[in-house]
Design a protein around this ligand. Structure first.
Ligand code: NAD
Length: 293
């Protein structure tokens, strides 16, 4: 090497080192995420994950008190301008339309829609009333349909593409004891996601599914009747149930809201999603691919 060539190499090595020390731009900076059930365990963890990547979030939920708490917690961590809330009942067509357009107006658009609002309520088949069946269908399957349809309208009008992520459940793929209504409603969400993905593809709108295994900590669902119903269905007490879920997974660990949020981020971001659409990610510490019950 002559003196000039050596100088050039040293110069570029120093420039490269400088670039590597510079903070990486956040991958969702400038993006807006609309999250149903945003005041609940998985919804709030998802909001936190997306906010951490620079997105703004609209938390849409039916529970005003939990919305207030979630908003305060997240605004303190990420700033008031990044977090907003809107009352939304996903079973009510007008409510979904109003909350979605309020979000688009408040933030000047929507890029990511996380359909997550849900309940869990079940019974043995011969004790499943039509009311219980309809409740599961209306909040889960129909709620996900209404949110997707309104999101689709907004994203289509923007002509910006976008990402829809459904929080379904492993129970949409495999049956769980005494939960026929819930399992059926979750299966419908998964098939809806595939149909949305097919129609959205020409418009650059992607739609994917994250299937959580049981998330026992930090979920309102699991602090209520569902926990008792599951324990009864498996004939176990609460601690045995938690151990059961842990032990049947390949990784021998329980699943937490933050794990689900990581799955949502994977599909939401153009950088990480590998341009997936119509796909399912089971976040279950490796239970689905094994034969363990
Ligand atoms: P969560 O109860 O903590 O949160 C659910 C949120 O949805 C609540 O804030 C609730 O107020 C809201 N909600 C309920 N009905 C609504 C409606 N009609 N309109 C708008 N919001 C409504 O429960 P979570 O564990 O965070 O569950 C989130 C999603 O994950 C649900 O769809 C659930 O079925 C799914 N899931 C949960 C588990 C689990 O073990 N926790 C497992 C698999 C799938």
């Amino acid at each position: 090497l002559d003196e000039q060539e050596a100088f050039d190499i040293e110069y570029w090595l120093l420039e490269e080192a400088k670039l590597q020390r510079m903070p990486k731009p956040k991958s969702l900076a400038g993006k807006v995420a609309f999250i149903t059930g945003g005041a609940g365990g998985i919804g709030k963890a998802t909001a936190r994950r997306l906010l951490g990547e620079g997105a703004c979030v609209m938390l849409a939920d039916i529970d005003a008190e939990s919305l207030g708490g979630a908003s305060e917690e997240l605004s303190t961590a990420f700033g008031k301008d990044a977090v907003r809330t809107v009352m939304c009942d996903v079973t009510d067509e007008q409510s979904v339309m109003d909350s979605m357009s309020a979000s688009a107006v408040a933030f000047g658009g929507i890029d990511i829609v996380v359909s997550n609002a849900g309940i869990a309520s079940s019974a043995p088949l011969d004790e499943t009333s039509l009311e219980l069946w309809n409740k599961n269908m209306s909040i889960l399957s129909t709620g996900y349909f209404l949110v997707s349809r309104e999101a689709f309208k907004v994203l289509k009008a923007q002509n910006t593409g976008g990402s829809l992520v459904f929080i379904a459940s492993k129970n949409g793929l495999v049956a769980s004891p005494n939960a026929s209504a819930y399992c059926t409603a979750k299966a419908a969400e998964i098939q809806l996601a595939r149909a949305v993905a097919l129609e959205g593809a020409p418009l650059g709108i992607r739609c994917n599914v994250v299937n959580p295994d049981a998330v026992l900590r930090g979920s309102k669902i699991w602090s209520g009747k569902w926990r008792e119903e599951r324990a009864a269905a498996y004939n176990m007490d609460q601690q045995e149930l938690e151990e059961h879920y842990r032990n049947r997974s390949m990784l021998k660990r329980n699943v937490f809201p933050e794990d689900i949020a990581e799955g949502v981020y994977f599909f939401a971001s153009e950088e990480t999603s590998a341009k997936s659409t119509g796909n399912i990610l089971n976040v279950d510490a490796g239970h689905a691919p094994s034969f363990t019950r």
